[in-house]
Design a protein around this ligand. Sequence first.
Ligand SMILES: [Zn+2]
Length: 167
Amino acid sequence: MNADPHGDQEVRLRIGYGWDSHEFKAGIPLRIGGVTLAHTHGLGGHSDGDVLLHALTDALLGAMAAPDIGTLFPPSDAKWKGADSALFLREALKRVSAAGYSIVNVDSTLILDVPKIGPHAVAIRESVAKLLRIPADCVGLKAKTPEGMGTDNAAIAQAVVLLQKKP
Ligand SMILES: [Zn+2]
């Protein structure tokens, strides 16, 4: 991190926000939060299409005021086609740690019509917690259906993170 812009008062907390969306495509695996869910469609686009991990990655990068996921890992680069999105999250975590911060908690919302997330919520939270190396009770996850939004063929994820300066 550069010189403290807040004068002599050290800021010990930073907040980050991430948003992502992907379109459903037939015949590919559905990955959400690092978990593969049984479904007829997966999420196309960048890497393995893990919309939740992408939103979390951008939230971590945003908290550091670092370049976003699309800048660090351009979707146009064939290298990231089908890649495990945990890679991106790990790079963001590395930056958080290098700047001297650790995660307090994260919260997230998934917006998609099908499949229902409820039966998988515990598995997804535990997977995200493991990837972020924080307890599962520090990972919030809500699922909503996109009523009236006309986005039935897409999955959207929003995430916020709170970081604290390590002692
Ligand atoms: Zn994405």
